[in-house]
Design a protein around this ligand. Structure first.
Ligand SMILES: *Cc1c(COP(=O)(O)O)cnc(C)c1O
Length: 428
């Protein structure tokens, strides 16, 4: 499937039915699989043969959908997880453990920031955050001898900063570690981080990939280009025998293309069990079938709304990399030539009070803690997710009180703009 263009992979990737078989991906709604002999099954447990035995580890529906996402990203191997949180945790914890250190962009999803700075810190994993706009010098200075990975987001949620993937990949590789990129907002339709030097890509499939607000899910894709054995001393988990799996050395047995995902499945999915249900994988696949069509419209609506907002006197500032004046416009032209996403954030001149009146006056756009849905939705962080902070603290965190994050859906752009215009009129 890798030879086809993204649009074709969106529709047909991951599953090719045989003669007389179901056209749509079958939902294998079974926790377990039957074998004729104990010996047959033993081979699966030893990873001597490939096959299914228990859905926590692998399921045919999930594998087909993971294969589609893998092909879309141009990767070597992929797996689904129960959520984007699980995907990012697994991708990082597969490489870093107690006593290790990671470097991450400071401009990332709040849930990931918390995962790294609170929960992974409790597991003994140290972190250094760097600005997505840091110099090479600042970035290089963040690495230590025990650093195991570098992490960033293609387009950060909610700050909408754009990552210089080549710069980050260069720094990671100079220090013998992989770059992990969360590609949730861009999706592989608009950016393929692996092609720019990233080694591993993660997704909250809950967002654009699903696209209809139906199923929480995640995915991890390995590009298969990172040479673990060349950095043996840094990655003992991949390069020395796993006593919990019959002494297998993943990097030797499965090579660069298979080691990371196999270890992530056999160790982390086995022990943490954050599996996506086959039913959710089926919903996700339905979303993927139209991802390329929907992304273009999300971007078109985002651009139209951003341009309208920019011209409005009650709007102090608009953040959208598709605007020529945006701080990330040049980077977006390089990494996101076909568009970024449908999420626009903007600051009202009237602050928190104005944001509240504006949002309560919207008729089409709903107030939700969600983005990347077919239906337009919006959120004022100051009165919801960041409610405990004072106006000064909000400013310092880069989330001013009057900031509104709007996720433009698939409606008609003129209708969206008319709705925004009438809501802005209610603001004093
Ligand atoms: C939503 C989101 C996550 C977390 O994903 P869930 O599916 O909600 O667990 C991770 N990264 C980014 C960029 C997100 O937007």
């Amino acid at each position: 499937m890798n030879k086809y263009k993204p649009e074709t992979i969106c529709v047909q990737g991951g599953y090719t039915p045989g003669n007389g078989e179901a056209r749509q991906i079958p939902i294998v709604q079974s926790t377990t699989f039957k074998y004729d002999t104990g010996e047959d099954m033993g081979k699966l447990f030893d990873l001597e043969a490939s096959g299914y035995f228990y859905t926590r580890l692998q399921n045919p529906t999930n594998d087909a959908v993971a294969a589609k996402i893998c092909a879309l990203e141009g990767g070597a191997a992929a797996m689904l997880t129960s959520s984007g949180q699980a995907a990012n945790f697994f991708a990082m914890f597969n490489l870093a453990g107690c006593g290790d250190h990671i470097v991450a962009s400071s401009s990332i999803y709040g849930g990931t920031f918390n995962l790294i700075s609170v929960t992974m810190a409790r597991m003994g994993i140290d972190v250094t955050f760097v600005s997505p706009d840091c110099t090479d010098e600042e970035l290089n200075a963040a690495f230590r001898d025990n650093t195991k990975l570098l992490f960033g987001e293609t387009i950060a949620n909610p700050a909408l900063t754009v990552l210089d993937i080549e710069q980050f990949a260069r720094a990671a590789h100079a220090h013998g570690v992989p770059l992990i990129v969360d590609n949730t907002f861009a999706t592989p339709v608009n950016c393929r981080p692996l092609a720019w030097g990233a080694d591993i890509v993660t997704h909250s499939t809950t967002k654009y990939m699903d696209g209809h607000g139906v199923a929480v899910g995640g995915a991890i894709v390995d590009g298969g280009k990172f040479d673990w054995m060349a950095h043996k001393e840094k990655f003992p988990g991949l390069c020395t025998p796993d006593e919990s799996y019959h002494g297998i050395t993943y990097a030797e047995k499965f090579g660069m293309g298979g080691a990371f995902i196999t270890k992530c499945t056999t160790q982390l999915m086995r022990d943490f069990g954050s599996i996506q249900s086959p039913q959710h994988a089926f919903y996700l696949n339905m979303g993927l079938e139209s991802l390329h069509v929907r992304m273009a419209r999300h971007c078109e609506n985002g651009q139209r709304v951003a341009e309208f907002l920019q011209s409005h006197p009650k709007v102090a500032q608009v953040h959208y990399c598709g605007l020529p004046g945006d701080a990330y416009h040049a980077r977006a032209e390089k990494y996101l030539p076909h568009g970024s996403c449908g999420v626009v954030s903007f600051e009202l001149t009237g602050g928190r009070e104005a944001a509240s009146v504006f949002m309560n006056s919207l008729r089409l756009a709903a107030i939700e803690t969600h983005v990347a849905d077919a239906r337009t939705c919006c959120l004022n962080p100051a009165s919801t997710t960041h409610r405990q902070m004072t106006d000064e603290q909000l400013k310092a965190a880069g989330v001013p009180a009057g900031l509104v994050r709007m996720s433009c859906g698939l409606e008609n752009a003129d209708d969206l703009i008319a709705d925004i215009a009438q809501a802005l009129e209610k603001v004093k």
